[in-house]
Design a protein around this ligand. Structure first.
Ligand SMILES: Cc1cc2nc3c(=O)[nH]c(=O)nc-3n(C[C@H](O)[C@H](O)[C@H](O)COP(=O)(O)OP(=O)(O)OC[C@H]3O[C@@H](n4cnc5c(N)ncnc54)[C@H](O)[C@@H]3O)c2cc1C
Length: 460
């Protein structure tokens, strides 16, 4: 049942008529996120501009028992902002102000709709650095990044979004507003409620401000690419670099399928006669960077790489890094449906996991391109398929189950950065176990007894 005219006029009274979309043409654009093969029409889409509006909307939702799905830019890869039937999609992209850059405390206070790249650029203007850099950073919002605890290419050295969130303003499902955290470097007063909301995927509250930690900008960076005739040799290079106590800021890999797709798409001049490619970057003090870059090049050669190409300048470095940044877009051109997965294992199990994914691709007669954050053990096996082909989609489902079972068996996890949403919901009980599932359910029920926020996501 669509939202009644009465409910729509109540929504318009809170956010203004111009901020309520109801036409079918408009709603279609908000009926999916970045996740393949998932679509559901919402009842309405609203754009909020203030915390007070968010609070009013959540009180209204409790009174009218209307589901609210908070949405940033909709780039999520687990269906987190996929609408539930007849829900109201509450879009935060108009809450897009950078409120404060505090050079004395090295913090930045922003609204949730600010994009990740705007934060990185504002930090750079202040001579500072905001490291988390999801591949979607040109459009993803910080609200989405915090709600998913997003990672990025620099995760190995600098960590993920959680490591940069010092505080946040949250509107609880009942409309109460609170600020969790502060500018103190140390604070152990009570449970860390802030941490509970990081990665909560829009199920516990709506983030309306984020207080971010900034760090000094690294003085310099060196970028290089090494190619291999065997994936194992690339994986061994990664292990040897870590064992040599070098923590590069980027340690990413592409497999043969991905390299060919990227080259076809971006024309970077990547070598095509190889099975694996490692993108390696080190940053920091020039003397340390020179030493680490030389050591990484030596280790790559000792492990039988075919070639090492060291970027001569920033232009070439950006070009090489774009090979990895464009991997998803490049693969997405090849087949009608691209399903990007997110299996993560302890780094010692990487080579095994990559071989396992290859074996699964053969077993189920599927085309899979794999790339990812090799230094973090975070793989993105990407299924190139066609959702209209039901028989093939069935094989894709079977392949998923086997890949995630293996990741769990190896002590890994079912998602390193994309979250549970709806895509991984069926795998969560197996991964988390009964006690954790009960704890998560109890927490959610306490905060949101009427189940208005993002129903059906993460778990029922
Ligand atoms: C090409 C591409 C590359 C990507 N690369 C990466 C990567 O390298 N690393 C990575 O981790 N992810 C990556 N992603 C996934 C995605 O971009 C991230 O999950 C991102 O953080 C989502 O931000 P968004 O603004 O699009 O959020 P949305 O997709 O709109 O929402 C994501 C979730 O956050 C919730 N949410 C959004 N805003 C709020 C808020 N203000 N308060 C409470 N909940 C909220 C939503 O309800 C939903 O559950 C990539 C996606 C694409 C398409």
């Amino acid at each position: 049942m669509a939202l009644s005219e009465q409910l729509l006029s109540e929504l318009r009274a809170v956010v203004g008529a111009a901020n309520v979309l109801t036409s079918r043409e408009d709603l279609i654009s908000y009926s999916f996120d970045g996740t393949a093969a998932l679509q559901q029409m919402p009842g309405a889409v609203i754009f909020v501009t203030t915390t007070a509006q968010v609070a009013e909307i959540l009180k209204w939702a409790n009174r009218t028992r209307t589901a609210i799905v908070t949405r940033g830019s909709g780039t999520g890869l687990s269906g987190g902002s996929l609408p539930s039937t007849d829900c109201v999609v509450m879009c935060t992209v108009k809450m897009d102000k950078i409120l404060e850059t505090d050079r004395a405390n090295l913090t930045m206070l922003v609204e949730p709709g600010v994009t990740t790249i705007q934060i990185a650029e504002e930090a750079a203007r202040a001579g500072l650095f905001y490291p988390p850099d999801p591949g979607s950073m040109k459009i993803s919002t910080i609200g989405g990044n915090v709600a998913e605890n997003s990672g990025g290419l620099r995760g190995l050295k600098y960590g993920v979004t959680r490591n940069y969130v010092m505080g946040m303003e949250v509107v609880l499902p009942n409309g109460d507003v609170t600020f969790l955290g502060n500018k103190c470097v140390k604070d152990v007063a009570g449970y860390s409620m802030r941490d509970l909301f990081i990665g909560s995927e829009g199920t516990l509250g709506v983030i309306t401000k984020v207080l971010l930690k900034l760090i000094p900008k690294p003085a310099t960076k060196k970028t290089m690419v090494a190619t291999y005739s065997q994936m194992d040799a690339a994986a061994e290079t990664v292990s040897a670099i870590i064992a040599a106590q070098i923590i590069p800021c980027t340690l990413e890999f592409l497999d043969r399928t991905t390299i060919h797709c990227v080259e076809d798409y971006a024309k970077i001049g990547l070598p095509l006669d190889c099975e694996a490619l490692l993108l390696m970057e080190t940053d920091g003090h020039p003397a340390v960077v020179a030493e680490e870059a030389a050591a990484m090049e030596r280790i790559a050669r000792e492990h039988g790489c075919l070639e090492v190409r060291v970027a001569k300048d920033d232009d070439e470095a950006n070009k090489l890094a774009s090979a990895r940044r464009s991997a998803f877009s490049a693969l997405a051109r090849v087949a009608p449906t691209t399903i990007l997965e997110d299996a993560t294992v302890p780094r010692s199990e990487l080579a095994h996991m990559i071989r396992f994914v290859e074996m699964i691709a053969k077993k189920h007669r599927l085309k899979i391109g794999t790339f990812g954050h090799m230094g973090d053990g975070n793989l993105h096996p990407t299924f190139l398929t066609d959702e209209r082909n039901k028989e093939e989609m069935h094989r894709v489902e079977e392949a998923f189950v086997e890949i995630f079972d293996e990741a769990i068996r190896l002590g890994g996890t079912i998602t390193g950065e994309h979250g549970i949403g709806v895509a991984k919901k069926s795998f969560l009980p197996k991964f988390a176990g009964d006690v954790q599932m009960r704890l998560m359910r109890d927490l959610r029920r306490t905060l949101d007894p009427n189940g208005i926020l993002n129903p059906g996501k993460m778990f029922d």
